[in-house]
Ligand binder design. Structure first.
Ligand code: ATP
Length: 221
């Protein structure tokens, strides 16, 4: 039996930009996902506090996804004040979608290489597949894995899927590497440009740019 998987893209989204939207689109198409759920985190456990409130980051995600039929905003983490661990969010999604629905956690290659530092990271494989987007022109993920954490490397080798079809045949447990055109866009760079009063046009959707300017966000470093 085959089920269309649900894609899950968590992030700080401070702000959301075309790099995020493109990895979601690539995962949607290459893995034939039913939808991609964007989940802005409330209090990220792995990094400094976001520069904007969870409500503002949620509003920017809503503006960015407006009109896309297969992109869904999931606000479950935004209301929380305690650290949001992906393993907890996936546990809640697994309970909602049931034991058979394939769930695919979508990660950039940089995020995947740090997976072994995440809270209860090995449990993630029991809850979801992992789709890693490898950037064209960069070091192929297979090569980057040579220098990765030994336990992460072992999981990668054991779970690597030969094709996206595997994501439809089981609810969780595989790692699939999808391709992504290199878009050297980061939220850090966008915030820096705002602080330097430089243009951020074409790096993110116009509606998000407008929101940033209207609310005078990121004006200091
Ligand atoms: P910051 O610059 O503040 O660290 P960011 O732009 O990297 O933020 P995050 O919200 O931390 O954005 O990232 C969420 C996910 O999106 C991560 O899995 C990350 O690897 C991925 N991602 C972010 N930007 C890109 C990009 N330009 N190309 C591919 N993946 C990306």
């Amino acid at each position: 039996m085959s089920f269309s998987p649900i894609g899950i893209l968590g992030g700080t989204f401070d702000p959301i930009h075309h790099g995020h939207l493109r990895i979601a689109q690539e995962a949607l198409e290459q893995c034939n996902l039913a939808q991609v759920r964007f989940i802005p985190c409330g209090t990220p456990p792995h990094r400094a506090a976001p520069r904007t409130s969870a409500k503002q980051r949620l509003e920017m995600v809503l503006l960015a996804l407006h009109g896309h039929p297969d992109f869904v905003v999931d606000a479950r983490e935004v209301a929380r004040t305690d650290p949001c661990y992906t393993v907890d969010t996936l546990t809640a999604l697994r309970a909602e979608f049931g034991p058979q629905k394939p769930l695919c956690l979508i990660l950039g290659g940089d995020a995947f290489l740090q997976l072994h530092t995440w809270h209860e990271w090995k449990r993630l494989f029991a809850l979801a597949h992992i789709v890693v987007l490898q950037r064209a022109g960069g070091l192929p993920l297979g090569n980057a894995m040579n220098n990765a954490d030994a336990m992460l490397k072992a999981e990668y080798r054991a779970r690597l899927a030969p094709g996206a079809g595997v994501l439809h045949e089981a609810p969780s447990g595989a790692i699939f590497v999808a391709d992504m055109p290199a878009l050297e866009i980061s939220a850090t760079d966008i915030r820096r440009r705002c602080a330097e009063r430089k243009s951020i046009r074409y790096l993110l959707p116009d509606a998000v740019t407008h929101f940033i300017h209207t609310h005078q966000l990121y004006l200091t470093c």
